[in-house]
Design a protein around this ligand. Sequence first.
Ligand code: HEC
Ligand code: HEC
Length: 430
Amino acid sequence: MQNMRNKTKTNDHRAARLTMVPAALILAGAVFLNGCGQKDQRLDAGKTGTSPGSAAHAGATVSSSPTLSDFPIPPKPAETPDLVAHGKEVYAQNCASCHGEKGNGHGICSAFLLPPPRDFTAAHYKFRSTALGQLPTDEDLFRVVSLGVHGTPMPPWKWLLSDSDRWAVVEYIKTFSPRFAESNQKPVSITDFGTPPPRTEAAIAAGKTLYTKAGCITCHGEQGLGNGPSAATLMDATGHHISPRDFSKPASFKAGYSATEIVRTFMTGLDGTPMPGFANIISNEDAWKLAYYVQTFARPTVTPINRASQGFAHQEQLGPADVHIKLLERAWKYVPNEIHVQKGQTVEITFQPTDNGLGAGHGFAISSYDEVAFINGALVGAPKTVKFRADHAGKFTFYCATQCSTDKLHPLMNGTLFVDDAPAKTASVQ
Ligand code: HEC
Ligand code: HEC
């Protein structure tokens, strides 16, 4: 596992995982892509160009969901010991599985994750409004915790945690690094980059010149494919290889694809990675022109087939369900992990993950029922439902069907479906 993780580059990661999906599940490919690209809760989703043609005009597209820079921040509660104590509870329940109880990035799920969960003791934060080398503001942390990191396992918590829970957990993660308590470290936002100049041919041409002059080309490459001469040797602060972003794929941007987000990214830099900050090097006006040029690399993506789940054809003929079951994924386990139904019942299962797994969500399949009960790529805030008739009695294993197999990648992510033969009037969930 460790071996594979070190060898696999961030951008090749999903392809590598997919090869481990059992052959019977390969059909899920279309749904898998669907889960990745389509949901509107994804960071900057309206601007990521998921339909052909839209990518090229992404800068001009209006997004309905807020992005990192414009996510509304509710008033911060007073920093009291109670707030931190509450944050500790929120953290233990929702974050420790990945980031580790001690905040060092070594939670129980961390071995499976790429990029690895952040080590909060090192206090390297990528998505900030502050200059490179500075800590993030509290608001920056609140934003990234709320919206998650697109395309990585870091979930958008705005769906599951209240504003006050998110403020509390932000206060708590700061306690992992003494830097936040040092008064000379007070972070200052520098994200007022002035009024964007018009997006003209001349502005884009000026952007092209800057792209070479500022050295973006050495990492991101002449065609923006993330394959510049330095790309192969780049490492992040944890010693893992890190690939420069491939600008031809707007949907792969972690913190938004609009010109505003691109400008913020390269002016503030991504701390803990080789991606520099250019705030003192590039003028505000030039920054916008460079962002316009970066956006010209976008290539249209293939629109995936829109299907809710593998079993939808059967669902339509089944009529109302006899049993409704709510199934949750939490810390890579199913809650509940035992489901009891009666033979002959029509069972409806609504599956809701609390994190996005390796970035593509989590799934649900039942051995021996996998042709009729199959969910792939359910994401935080976008639960999926499947309906099937329990027509064979027995004990069946259910497992995550999204880019993992029962025993290899998700050792804990399985449960048991009991289909009882004896006719009974009621069904129960335990
Ligand atoms: C399923 C695993 C997982 C869970 C659960 C999770 N995270 Fe993360 N988190 C990650 C990963 C992976 C990254 C690194 C993303 C990257 O480097 O691009 C990350 C990064 C972060 C960052 C750094 C953002 C930045 O600007 O650099 C913060 C802050 C954070 N997580 C907070 C939280 C909090 C708070 C919770 C719980 C409410 C949480 N995470 C739960 C996986 C997780
Ligand atoms: C030394 C190598 C290097 C140079 C030079 C460099 N970058 Fe990057 N850049 C990276 C790496 C590595 C990442 C990916 C970081 C990650 O995935 O966390 C990145 C990511 C990005 C992103 C994506 C942010 C997101 O939301 O995913 C943008 C935009 C970007 N760079 C723009 C630029 C621009 C514009 C320049 C020149 C002004 C530039 N970069 C120069 C290495 C570099």
